[in-house]
Design a protein around this ligand. Structure first.
Ligand SMILES: Cc1cc2nc3c(=O)[nH]c(=O)nc-3n(C[C@H](O)[C@H](O)[C@H](O)COP(=O)(O)O)c2cc1C
Length: 323
């Protein structure tokens, strides 16, 4: 017998911040910039964290990094993600005025990208728990009274699963919640996320646990809550091309056609980004919006060749008008 909890309506509390519900959009570099986060929030995402920014780059005043931290007024509460390997640099960055608008600060300890890991950042910290603890403590102090959360993987390799120990360390260091991606660093984004290990973490700590990995539908959401006992679920790739997943999970009735969803996304892109950035970033997104639709191969090629943003609008319009 299924023992799905009626948990979709449960509000997740992170420190003193209460979210509407417990289904979150995962940070995804190159995908979860302001327009898509806005769309996800409007479709019911309880929280949508910015993609990760480098603490060091923030201290250098890097303009591109600051752009990543642009937010929309609908993002209430509002969360950003930071990464780094130096506790003092992380603290100094969090104290910059640009971070004042964020209600929640998340620390990335899960990124597997070689250029990050080779600097001792992201998921490299799974191998240095003492340093990870110093970073979290330092961030907690700098962000006070705002909550700090940590997102990490279950371990670096399958022979060195550290999730439970790491989760306890995060709690002891003052983190207000943790998000656990149920894969190892060496797995990257392939293979299945291990929900059993997330369940072990949930039993080991008293702070909220957000489970992450392989949530592509309402059924997955219920299964993940059921298997892990987690307080919430974070959705990454399952939301790409399908931001409606948040309304479906929450039972919000705002059924929109695929055309309406893509068009809305494109309008937000046009509103916030200069032409070149809108063109480049929307190409990747549109591939997901068109996934599985009959006849979309030709239109995908046309989109890759489009030289300006208005052309993309026309191609999408023509394509959907044929349905
Ligand atoms: C293109 C891409 C970019 C990502 N960027 C980030 C990031 O900036 N910060 C982060 O914590 N995780 C990042 N992730 C990992 C996701 O947040 C998430 O943990 C992962 O995709 C697993 O969830 P899923 O199976 O629901 O996709 C990224 C993932 C993808 C696919």
């Amino acid at each position: 017998m299924k023992k799905y909890y009626n948990i979709a309506m449960k509000n997740l509390k992170i420190g003193n911040i209460e979210l509407e519900g417990n289904v979150l959009l995962a940070p995804m570099a190159g995908f979860t910039s302001l327009p898509f986060r806005r769309q996800a929030r409007e479709m019911g995402a309880s929280l949508a964290t910015t993609e990760m920014v480098s603490a060091k780059a923030c201290l250098f005043g890097n303009e591109k990094t600051f752009e990543i931290l642009d937010t929309h007024e609908c993002e209430v509460p509002c969360a950003c993600q930071i990464f780094g390997s130096d506790p003092d640099v992380i603290a100094e960055a969090i104290k910059l005025p640009i971070f004042d608008k964020f209600d929640i600060i998340d620390i990335n300890m899960g990124c597997p990208a070689p250029k990050i890991v080779s600097n001792g950042e992201g998921s490299a910290l799974l191998k240095d728990m003492d340093l990870a603890k110093k970073i979290i403590k330092s961030a907690v102090e700098a962000a006070f009274p705002r909550p700090v959360t940590v997102k990490f993987r279950i371990g670096y390799t399958k022979d060195n699963i550290v999730a439970v120990e790491f989760a306890k360390m995060c709690e002891n260091a003052g983190a207000s919640a943790i998000t656990i991606h149920g894969r190892t660093t060496e797995q990257g984004y392939s293979g299945r996320a291990d929900m059993g290990i997330i369940a072990d973490c949930k039993k080991a700590v008293n702070i909220p646990v957000i489970a992450n990995g392989d949530c592509n539908s309402k059924e997955d959401f219920e299964r993940i809550i059921d298997e892990t006992g987690a307080d919430g679920v974070m959705i990454g790739r399952g939301a790409l091309g399908n931001p409606q997943i948040f309304s479906e999970i929450k039972g919000i009735k705002n059924q929109k056609s695929r055309k309406e969803i893509v068009t809305c996304y494109l309008e937000y892109m046009k509103e916030y980004f200069p032409e070149k950035r809108a063109l480049l970033e929307s190409r990747a997104h549109i591939m997901f919006f068109l996934k599985g639709l009959a006849g979309s191969t030709k239109v995908k090629t046309e989109i890759m060749k489009a030289s300006n943003f208005d052309e993309i609008f026309c191609i999408i319009n023509d394509f959907f008008n044929k349905f």
